[in-house]
Design a protein around this ligand. Structure first.
Ligand SMILES: Nc1nc2c(c(=O)[nH]1)N[C@H]1C(S)=C(S)[C@@H](COP(=O)(O)O)O[C@H]1N2
Ligand SMILES: [Mo]
Length: 257
């Protein structure tokens, strides 16, 4: 990322955030959307209200216990090293179809404009919990990275090699946990890269140093331990190509709630 736009991200961040949809509405982008077969489905998604906000709650509603699910701590050497250094040398990479690829440290992310939201997390396994999340709106980061007009999806690459929990019959073939969303969810105002939960730095169990909150989607879309964000035109290069660790195992890619 060049110096100018990096400064812009920190000093004019609020402005960038408000202009978060410019990227989608730029003439080149609009042209590529109109020309694509996706136009019909995008129009349909607008009709059914993909941009509506998920309900938000008050501090009194916070769950006394918020379950840790899936990976509880990535044991991979790279993650363990970052954890031992308290994530001081960890950097989030934003790469792919962007004009300004970026690497951002945890301190930098913490200094950026943030959104705080108290929302309900719904896991397909049948439990829910209400938590408070604080983090950088993903749209702000994508705006600063300047997506190219052929961008279609945002992929979150996680630190953990997940094989399922032994107690649930898992731990057979492990593969990197990853997730992906389209640009509507990417620019949704409640889609944030959370670095804090319930007012404290994110714990390892809940996804330190940063995890996604995509509040209109189910639990398995809420990628923990995000190491990299790739802007892509196709999901083919990841896992089995279905857009996520659980999607590759039969779950829906669009897990809207
Ligand atoms: N990297 C990673 N992200 C993940 C998972 C995981 O195993 N690894 N599990 C998912 C599932 S199924 C749920 S319900 C939530 C659990 O988040 P929590 O541990 O903060 O409750 O994380 C999601 N994100
Ligand atoms: Mo889940």
């Amino acid at each position: 990322m060049n110096g100018m736009s990096r400064r812009g991200l920190f000093t004019a961040g609020g402005g960038l955030l408000l202009a978060g949809c410019d990227q989608l509405a730029s003439p080149g982008k609009l042209k590529s959307i109109v020309q694509s077969a996706e136009m019909a489905s995008l129009r349909w998604q607008r009709l059914v209200g993909r941009d509506a906000l998920a309900p938000e709650f008050s501090a009194a509603d916070l769950s006394p216990v918020f379950k840790v699910n899936g990976t509880r701590e990535p044991m991979e050497a790279e993650y363990q090293q970052h954890k031992a250094e308290n994530f001081a040398n960890w950097q989030l990479a934003i790469t792919g179809l962007v004009d300004n690829p970026m690497r951002l440290g945890l301190d930098e992310l913490r200094r950026m404009p943030a959104r705080t939201q108290i929302t309900r997390h719904d896991c397909v396994e049948g439990w829910s919990a209400i938590g408070q999340w604080t983090g950088v709106p993903l749209g702000l980061l994508l705006k600063a990275a300047a997506m190219k007009t052929n961008a279609r999806y945002v992929v979150f690459r996680c630190a953990d090699n997940y094989g399922g929990e032994v107690a649930k019959g898992g731990a057979q073939s492990k593969s990197i946990y990853y997730e992906s969303i389209d640009l509507i969810d990417a620019f949704h105002p409640q889609t944030i890269l959370a670095h804090s939960m319930n007012g404290a730095p994110l714990s390892v169990g809940h996804g330190a140093p940063v995890r996604m909150r995509i509040e209109r989607q189910l639990g398995y879309k809420q990628a923990k331990y995000v190491m990299g964000i790739d802007v892509v035109a196709s999901l083919a290069g990841y896992g089995s190509g279905k857009g996520g660790y659980w999607e590759d195992r039969g779950y829906e890619w669009y897990a809207g709630i």
